[in-house]
Design a protein around this ligand. Structure first.
Ligand code: URA
Length: 237
């Protein structure tokens, strides 16, 4: 038996807080009876309806995908482009934890565990992500200090937790930079570099928390182990 709001959040329907709101508003039913008490417990064999719809609870699945470039990280695309979901052989309703841009490659988690998704994407949980940025220019190394201190973009401060130049080739006009950050703002890295006058020519996410892409090539995926799932929960709880 678990609290109703937890079961609803785990199903991926919404966050736990939103579920509490729905319960308080009388929009949740258990076995045909409206529940408004936030302390109510239920089990997965109960029939739970939220806003008139039956809640689907299914076994949890956790995928670590090496997302290729040229593919969207949403569950469907209004322009009909290929989605990350199409790369996974599953009968479950998975969705990505956060987003990588269409032209960004690298590590993306997909799951049907709504609670974990809500926790991992909540700004207060500060999951670190490591990226490799390529720029078709030899950058001015002062950029490292500027991005460590932070740049103001559209009234918001964006900064790197760690950043280093891995390669700076003045002859070939190329720079490779490793950058670690913990936020997940829209086009974050591209906008940070753009604010300093540089266009990112390629972007790859190498790490998400303690997870990396070892053993995978672009387009391949693996299931997370139980130990890894537990570790993800433990770093955010
Ligand atoms: N920052 C970006 O600009 N794009 C991504 O896909 C991820 C981080």
């Amino acid at each position: 038996m678990e609290r109703l709001q937890k079961i609803i959040a785990n199903s991926g329907y919404c966050s736990r807080r939103k579920a509490e709101e729905l319960i308080s508003k009388g929009l949740v039913m258990v076995n045909g009876k409206t529940i408004t008490d936030l302390g109510t417990k239920a089990s997965s064999s109960d029939i739970i309806t939220v806003e008139g719809k039956a809640l689907k609870t299914e076994d949890k699945e956790y995928i670590l995908l090496y997302k290729p470039r040229g593919i969207v990280s949403t569950t469907n695309d209004d322009k009909g482009r290929k989605t990350v979901i199409s790369l996974i052989d599953t009968d479950k309703r998975l969705y990505p934890v956060g987003r990588l841009d269409y032209d960004t490659s690298g590590l993306l988690i997909l799951t049907n565990d709504g609670e974990l998704t809500n926790l991992l994407t909540h700004p207060k949980n500060q999951i670190t992500k490591e990226y490799i940025v390529k720029i078709d220019e030899a950058v001015n190394p002062t950029l490292i200090k500027k991005l460590t201190l932070g740049v103001i973009i559209d009234g918001e401060k964006m900064k790197a937790d760690r950043i280093k130049i891995k390669k700076l080739d003045k002859k070939k006009n190329k720079t490779i930079i490793e950058i670690v950050l913990h936020e997940g703002k829209y086009h974050e890295i591209k906008r940070m570099f753009e604010a300093l006058g540089y266009k990112v020519s390629s972007l790859k996410r190498e790490k998400y928390a303690f997870l990396d892409l070892k053993g995978l090539t672009s387009g391949e995926y693996r299931h997370l182990t139980i130990k890894e799932v537990k570790k993800l929960y433990s770093i955010i709880k």
